[in-house]
Design a protein around this ligand. Structure first.
Ligand SMILES: Cc1cc2nc3c(=O)[nH]c(=O)nc-3n(C[C@H](O)[C@H](O)[C@H](O)COP(=O)(O)O)c2cc1C
Length: 156
């Protein structure tokens, strides 16, 4: 089993969450590559069994680059494959489920009939440039440990 964590970032906060997920998966025995979304040409199901995708929340949704990337994932290749979505957003925004990049990513991929394995991970930044709210890295580690467990149980 091998997966890929793909993220966008402007100020590095979403990258820190992405890196924490990839590292925690690896420490839990699940191999995962880590790529900035602009570094990904084409993702292939021959190489990857699952995808984790994250974006900063911009105007209540994902970044344009992440949106374009999702558009390139071929439905016929990824149908039933596990996906997980995460984002960074301002603390007040966490109360508004529908204004979240992670929710919009998950909706798009469920439309492609992919298998949303976990509820989205929404993490808070204290301002547009960060830093991440205290405790978010620990919360992300716990989330990624649960994800590794699920991936193993479901024998992805
Ligand atoms: C143009 C712009 C629009 C933004 N819109 C939102 C928004 O709608 N909701 C929100 O919670 N945060 C918003 N933010 C704050 C971003 O979520 C924050 O900059 C981002 O999480 C930081 O992640 P990064 O360091 O990975 O770029 C916005 C930031 C920018 C620059």
């Amino acid at each position: 089993m091998k997966g890929v964590v793909v993220y966008d970032t402007s100020y590095g906060n979403t990258e820190m969450i992405a890196r924490t997920i990839a590292e925690t998966l690896s420490e839990s025995g699940v191999e995962a590559d880590l790529f900035h979304v602009k570094a990904v040409k084409r993702l292939n199901t021959d190489n990857y069994n699952f995808i984790v995708i994250g974006s900063p929340t911009r105007m209540g949704t994902m970044s344009l680059t992440v949106r374009r990337f999702l558009g390139k994932l071929k439905r016929e290749e990824w149908v039933n494959k596990p996906i997980v979505a995460f984002d960074t957003e301002l603390p007040d925004n966490l109360e508004h489920k529908e204004w979240s990049a992670a929710e919009k990513i998950a909706d798009k991929l469920v439309e492609k009939k992919m298998n949303q394995l976990m509820p989205t991970l929404k993490t808070a930044v204290m301002g547009s440039k960060g830093p991440l709210k205290e405790g978010e890295i620990d919360r992300t580690r716990k989330y990624a440990e649960q994800l590794a467990f699920k991936l193993k149980v479901e024998k992805v």
